[in-house]
Design a protein. Structure first.
Length: 268
């Protein structure tokens, strides 16, 4: 697998690794990169052999947000015609790529090194598990540029971290260290520089060893229950969870436990 311009796509066992690949621009989001991300999410959804996704960046950076030079009309104008045509045909394509209007069925793990700011922090909020290197930085800088964090942050961030921290991040536009991000709950783990991808792949392997139908049902239940009252959320949990018990994988899990062996799950 190679991906498209500005994004590399690789397989690591049952994990799809998507790498933002514009290191000279700190992986600022470009149209080819967004098109590649969208294709990566769809690939993971369609391939039953893929059980998890790791999103990372090349060259010691995660993502510095949108390419503001291009946004201001000062950037390169060499976007391939097929890419431009895709965005004209689907005005929602960039939101799907940014995980604003698309939720992959498989768990998405972010491995963050260096800057993860503006659109990078917005993209991060669409991931499920987040691992940051000690030198990583975060922040929503849009208000400093007269812009609005329209990638979902005014909705998602207060649901993912305490409201006071969300509003401080949104309204001050200041940078946050990895340690601050962990303290407020934006990321789950802080690891030594240069090891975020390794830790993300280790986490992916733990997920990959589990029953894929159960994993996907759990992820869907957590997402769909957000914003519901407890009674409705619990009803939805039963709707998502009960069918899992009737799968062949559930029976295999019980047999493997009784026989003291690793389970072999077949998505059935």
């Amino acid at each position: 697998m190679s991906g498209t311009e500005h994004l590399t796509v690789e397989r690591a066992g049952a994990t799809l690794v998507l790498t933002l690949n514009r290191p000279e621009a700190r992986n600022a989001l470009s149209l080819p990169m967004l098109a590649g991300l969208h294709d990566g999410w769809l690939l993971a959804d369609a391939d039953d052999d893929i059980r998890s996704i790791v999103l990372t960046g090349a060259g010691g950076a995660f993502c510095a947000g949108m390419d503001l030079k291009a946004l201001a009309g000062n950037g390169p104008h060499d976007v391939p015609a097929p890419v431009r045509d895709r965005f004209r045909a689907d005005p929602d394509l960039h939101w799907k790529a940014m995980l604003r209007h698309h939720r992959p069925r498989k768990p998405v793990i972010a491995a963050v090194e260096g800057p993860c700011v503006a659109g990078g922090t917005e993209l991060l909020q669409g991931t499920d598990i987040r691992i940051a290197a000690r030198g990583a930085t975060f922040g929503l800088f849009e208000v400093r540029r007269g812009l609005f964090p329209i990638g979902g942050s005014t909705v998602r961030l207060p649901r993912q971290i305490p409201r006071t921290h969300a509003l401080e991040m949104l309204l001050t536009g200041r940078p946050y260290t990895a340690q601050e991000a962990e303290r407020i709950g934006l990321v789950g783990h802080v690891v030594p520089d240069g090891t975020a991808l390794e830790r993300a792949l280790e986490t992916a392997e733990l997920i990959n060893a589990n029953a894929p139908l159960a994993v996907e049902a759990v992820k869907a239940s957590v997402h769909d229950a957000e914003g519901l009252n407890e009674a409705d959320a619990l009803a939805l949990e039963l709707e998502r969870g009960r069918p899992v018990f009737d799968t062949a994988d559930a029976k295999e899990g019980a047999r493997a436990f009784a026989e003291k062996r690793p389970a072999v799950y077949r998505r059935a």
